[in-house]
Design a protein around this ligand. Sequence first.
Ligand code: BG6
Length: 492
Amino acid sequence: TKKGLQLPSDFLWGGAIAAHQAEGYWDADGKGVSIADVLTAGSHEKPREITDGVLPDKNYPNHHGIYFYKTYKEDLALMAEMGFKAFRTSIAWTRIFPNGDDAEPNEAGLKFYDDMFDTMHELGIEPVITLNHFEMPYHLVTAYGGWQNRQVIDFFEKYARVVFERYRNKVTYWITHNEISNQANQAEISGFSDFLVWTNSGLKFDAETTVSERQAAMYQAAHNELVASARAVRIGHEINPDFQIGAMLNVGSLYPASTKPADQLAVQKARQQRDWFSDVHIRGAYPNEMEKLFERTGWRSDVTDQDFIDLASGTVDYLSISYYASSVIRAKQDDDSELDEAANWETVPNTNIKASDWGWSIDPQGLRYTLNELNDLYPDLPIMIVENGFGAYDELVEANGQPTVNDDYRIAYLAAHIAEVEKAIVHDGIPVIGYLSWGPIDIVSAGTGEMKKRYGYVYVDLDDFGEGSAKRYKKASFKWYQELIASGGTRL
Ligand code: BG6
């Protein structure tokens, strides 16, 4: 065991999941269909399909999740046994407003989260709650066209107000949109990006949609999401001034493929494509390069003066991030003429480091690098790590008559990353306030829909088709994380 560094005693150790990947019971107690409920199971090789509504012969893994809707009490008790100080999950918007545009919220849905948050408090666990984690009401897509329609801002505002009022004394830490910047992934403009604009914004393009039209829709949707977030922040602070409401971005460190200036510039452009989201969330205004882009292209055209007032007055209290992997960026051409529709860069493999079975590079130092970079951009803003972890195939074995998993690979990944977080806090002085690893109990993968891409300390006996006993078993990493938390981060 390596020795870690002493962290502040109020550091938020814990884990994070999302409603649609865990709860199951997708149509119970008045819940509406979400955009996650029409995603089929895929794999590393095969993208998830977005179907037109729920079709009879398809496999929809989010319909079962891990049945957390009924098992949360026992599952959260396991998290408490590990010593969790905080647990992040999302509210399924469709449990509260089944269609998104309903006049009244669904009381059964509100009651469910009341009970869940009460359970967390009984267990001494602080809830960290995401409002919009890849699960907007499907009806807002079919009837309104998703987030590119400004009416969705109002629906979100209403949803945020209802849950802020309801849980004003139960939840302090909120996150508005999960990984809002994913959709701007210009490097993969036609493949995975179709999936990302769906999960972020409920946008679906057909083959005839031009790249420019896609970009216009995506930037408009993102703008509407940012305005909705800013309005929610303002409302939240009115309802309870103690609320801590955060932005959430996926941040992988980005490295140039060579020492060529063009590659260095490409890295910078790739980063700006991500960081403008946090700039708007944190500083309340778009950076210049984005305004210039919109001037040239006419994208993000549906805006009002009030939007910019809202953005400026609804800045977030903290930044939350997910970090899994880093990327190497290569310029596609050496001259730096501006390409608006698609990026002048692509990602290439990093031959210096290993990758997971899903091709995600393993780069602990990149996490320290990224935390430093974010602190340079937004000095002294609290940062909460709300996702980090290792998706892997696990094999269930017997040890002392108990089924378990010897997941040393997961422990190695987590220990290495946490060591870098500790250096960022103790040596670099960065205000990281928590570390919530992703999927502390196995859940359905968001990217592929698989159960077999597992992140947990707790194994869930279900396969990709939802077959299995659904029993929970502690993996080797369970004890490791428990001891780490008990030691305040020193026992890595
Ligand atoms: C993040 C999401 O993108 O990464 C999570 O916020 C997701 O919802 C996590 O589960 C890991 O990705 P995956 O595809 O391995 O589930």
